[in-house]
Write a protein that binds this ligand. Structure first.
Ligand SMILES: *[C@@H]1O[C@H](CO)[C@@H](O)[C@H](O)[C@H]1NC(C)=O
Ligand SMILES: *[C@@H]1O[C@H](CO)[C@@H](O)[C@H](O)[C@H]1NC(C)=O
Ligand SMILES: *[C@@H]1O[C@H](CO)[C@@H](O)[C@H](O)[C@H]1NC(C)=O
Length: 330
């Protein structure tokens, strides 16, 4: 570097407190050919240190938020569990502002009965903002292969919910499976149970129709029948299956047996006090859903939120259908 160039550089305007200089050409008083726009870092070590501090504080901030959220999740559903964490972060975000969503065991179960509108009932209750529902039928208490996986597996099948929300699961076969009442009681003896029933003959015929539809769907109609004379047999009618030729009722025919509700209900009444079981009239739920759902809100201890605005009457179909739109806001 020649001495003239060094001299010229000294003359450049250089604010002393900034590490990074973006000097426009116009800001330079002396020889513009030497002092071109300077873009760069004049003190790379200091800049590196500042960058490192920035990254470290960003990491710490993220870590604190994550930590606080994680500890909230772990404590979710155990509000009575109030001991302090041993390594409490310095900055704790107020939990009321950031409610913690977690998977929780159901506080209410729709236990049956099959073909009585259990799905419709669950969807109607889901209109309530304080209700969360399990996606499908979980079949935890009635299937040994699921029950043997344990309560933690069951909890993982539940949706995320906020504290105060009610998680509801429905599996209609719980009602008829002998082991289920005792198993549910072992999980939570104060759980609330919903049993939806319909007029027993209506239910039996609906069950028959469903079984017959399932049989048609299951039969491989695309394949050529191996024994055409067997495959050609017409399906039996409900009357043929329900009534013997001598006129007596076939009580072991499953669609009929399930409609004899008291054969199953007595087991539930042995395991739970009557006030923990709400029996919902499924026929009334179709005719007048609002009044029925309001009874259930009351039973579950929910604020009344579901009203006529949640339903519309389809005159073409001549049945009431529920909108899937949920209430928003508080
Ligand atoms: C048991 O069920 C009741 C009624 O829904 C509920 O209030 C309670 O929190 C449940 N207990 C547990 C441990 O989930
Ligand atoms: C009617 O038929 C069924 C089946 O064949 C039989 O089990 C039942 O005992 C019969 N009832 C009478 C009264 O004969
Ligand atoms: C009402 O029911 C009819 C017959 O099932 C159906 O075609 C129609 O789409 C329904 N209307 C609405 C608004 O859902």
């Amino acid at each position: 570097m020649s001495p003239t160039k060094t001299e010229a550089r000294r003359g450049c305007v250089r604010p002393p407190h900034f590490d990074i200089l973006w000097l426009p050409r116009a800001a330079l008083e002396t020889d513009p050919s030497d002092c071109v726009v300077v873009v760069g870092v004049s003190r790379p070590r200091a800049a590196l240190a500042v960058l490192a501090v920035l990254l470290l504080s960003l990491f710490l901030a993220c870590h604190l938020i994550y930590d606080s959220a994680l500890s909230g999740l772990r404590r979710g559903g155990q509000s009575h569990h109030s001991h302090q964490l041993p390594h409490r972060p310095v900055l704790v975000l107020p939990r009321r502002l950031y409610p913690t969503a977690a998977r929780r065991l159901p506080q209410a179960i729709i236990m049956g009965v099959r073909k009585c509108g259990t799905r419709a009932l669950l969807e109607m209750l889901y209109l309530h903002p304080m209700v969360q529902k399990a996606a499908g039928e979980v079949h935890f208490f009635d299937r040994d292969e699921n029950y043997n996986k344990g309560l933690e597996w069951y909890r993982m099948q539940m949706p995320h919910s906020y504290p105060g929300q009610i998680t509801i699961e429905k599996s209609p076969s719980y009602f008829v499976t002998p082991e289920v009442p005792e198993r549910i009681r072992a999980m939570n003896s104060s759980i609330k149970l919903l049993l939806i029933v319909r007029e027993p003959v209506t239910r039996a015929i609906s069950d028959y129709t469903q079984l017959r539809a399932n049989a048609v769907a299951a039969s491989p109609s695309s394949l050529p029948p191996v024994a055409p004379n067997v495959a050609a047999q017409p399906p039996k009618s409900f009357e043929q299956l329900a009534v013997f030729p001598n006129g007596t009722i076939n009580e072991v025919y499953r669609p009929l047996a399930i409609s004899v509700y008291h054969n199953y209900l007595h087991r539930w009444l042995e395991a739970f006090p009557r006030e923990q079981i709400l029996i919902v009239n499924g026929d009334l739920l179709i005719e007048d859903p609002v009044s029925q759902v309001q009874k259930i809100e009351n039973f579950l201890g929910l604020e009344p939120r579901i009203g006529t605005h949640n339903f519309y009457f389809n005159e073409t179909k001549d049945s009431t259908a529920s909108e899937t739109r949920r209430q928003t806001g508080a």
